[in-house]
Design a protein around this ligand. Structure first.
Ligand code: ZN
Ligand code: ZN
Length: 444
């Protein structure tokens, strides 16, 4: 008791502190009362104590009453001084720690409510950012007076504003994965809303050749538009990523999006079968709940037969990481043309030779301009001759590790891929048509 009151009085002798900022230095003591109530109670007891001591002729008591009236902004101390015929000193302009912010918590909360109004969310987190010197001054005060039971101004502000928002909105505070963070800078007077991204997963099929997966930005102008790209800023009119993300971003009223996929197919390859797993990350969404079966139809309608999506569902950021880390096996169907007729026996031997075989590939010449030159090893699990299209051309199905360059597996890429189909048959071989027909990924 002595200690708390002694410390509170020494604080007020030296520093102007409002009720909240005094009470906050003892915030861990007691429960279910606000810091403002704590501070007010301390000042009241100190006033009674000083009054008692004054009557007993204690010299210091008058100074303490003066400190309570000025540094304590405590009206009852001022009234007592005047009643006893003493002049009350003027109060400093503002509280040393909060500069009056704690009296504006309600106002900050209503501004946060206003900012949150156009967002959809089912939980939230309040963040408060204070100028470094404010936090440092508070730390210094605690060290100077040996205060061990306090909390920080930042803590109090975020908790109290959080309580008001929760009361108004009826949604809980979520610390780990909040739908929105409302970031308040009370000293700057700014309130910002940071909605966390929405992740929508599915599989896509690319039904035509000639569309890149990602938007291909024009290298001549960097996307600003120039004669070379016909003022489009990109080299292809559209891409898988644009066709899928645009309707999704609109539906969630997001500001931007990232398109994540489990690998990619070449521009001239289709993506068929069940499709390739992807995730659209919608950034700064205003809506978080969209009917995904409606959205699936909407994407497919707008993609006009170029691309289609299926199995749309909500996932989290962790799913994106897992999807990208997994090197899923791929199944391809391709038309291969040899530069001479090949016999059925040769094709049979090919099937046997390319079952569970390890292939070493140096980075293909065609991508060497954008990828480092290195050797990678991938397995071909299964090669099946589906049928003949002529004496020198066949349709194949190949199941292999993700990341294997299939065109080079066929051609040998001038000896950079070994073994290769061309090397095995001892004839030139190239891919005429390539489709990805499956991406084997568990749970995706
Ligand atoms: Zn204060
Ligand atoms: Zn350009």
């Amino acid at each position: 008791m002595e200690d708390i009151l002694g410390k509170a009085m020494s604080l007020l002798r030296e520093h102007p502190l409002c009720d909240s900022c005094l009470g906050r230095q003892f915030a861990m003591l007691g429960y279910g009362i606000t810091n403002g109530e704590r501070g007010r109670a301390l000042k009241t007891i100190l006033l009674l104590d000083a009054h008692l001591r004054l009557g007993a002729g204690d010299e210091g008591a008058l100074e303490d009453l003066r400190a309570l009236a000025s540094n304590g902004f405590f009206e009852p101390a001022r009234r007592l001084l005047e009643k006893l015929g003493h002049r009350a000193p003027p109060s400093p302009a503002e509280c040393r720690i909060c500069r009056g912010i704690t009296s504006r918590i309600g106002e900050l909360a209503s501004r946060a409510l206003e900012a949150l109004r156009s967002y959809e969310f089912s939980n939230l987190l309040v963040g408060v950012r204070l100028p470094a010197e404010v936090e440092e001054a508070e730390d210094a005060l605690r060290a100077e007076f040996g205060l061990e039971h306090g909390e920080t101004l930042r803590n109090e502000l975020s908790r109290e504003i959080g309580k008001m928002l929760v009361g108004e909105l009826g949604v809980p505070v979520e610390h780990r994965k909040p739908d929105v963070v409302v970031l308040i800078e009370p000293f700057e007077g700014s309130v910002e809303v940071w909605p966390s991204p929405v992740f929508v997963a599915g599989r896509y099929r690319k039904l035509v050749r000639g569309i890149p997966q990602a938007k291909w930005v024009c290298v001549s102008c960097g996307g600003r538009g120039c004669p070379k790209c016909g003022w489009q800023g990109k080299l292809y009119p559209t891409s898988v990523s644009e066709l899928i993300t645009e309707p999704i971003v609109e539906a969630f009223r997001g500001e931007d999006a990232a398109f994540h996929a489990a690998g990619r197919e070449d521009i001239d390859a289709r993506m068929l079968g069940r499709g390739r797993p992807f995730v659209v990350e919608v950034k700064r969404p205003r809506k978080r709940k969209v009917d995904l079966s409606w959205l699936e139809e909407e994407v497919n309608k707008r993609a006009g037969g170029l691309v289609s999506v299926s199995g749309l569902r909500y996932v989290d950021r962790d799913f994106v990481r897992r999807m990208k880390a997994e090197r899923a096996e791929k199944v391809y169907e391709l038309v291969v043309k040899f530069d001479r007729p090949v016999s059925d026996d040769e094709l049979k031997a090919l099937e046997e030779a390319f079952s569970n075989i390890r292939v070493r590939q140096r980075t293909p010449l065609r991508v060497l301009h954008r990828r480092p030159d290195k050797v990678r090893t991938r397995m071909v699990r299964e090669l099946e001759v589906l049928g003949r299209l002529g004496p020198d051309s066949v349709r194949l199905r190949i199941r292999c590790d993700g990341g294997l360059y299939v065109k080079e597996l066929v051609s040998g890429d001038g000896g950079r891929t070994r073994p290769s189909i061309s090397e095995f048959i001892k004839a030139g071989a190239r891919v005429l048509e390539l489709d990805v027909v499956d991406v084997l990924m568990e749970g995706v």
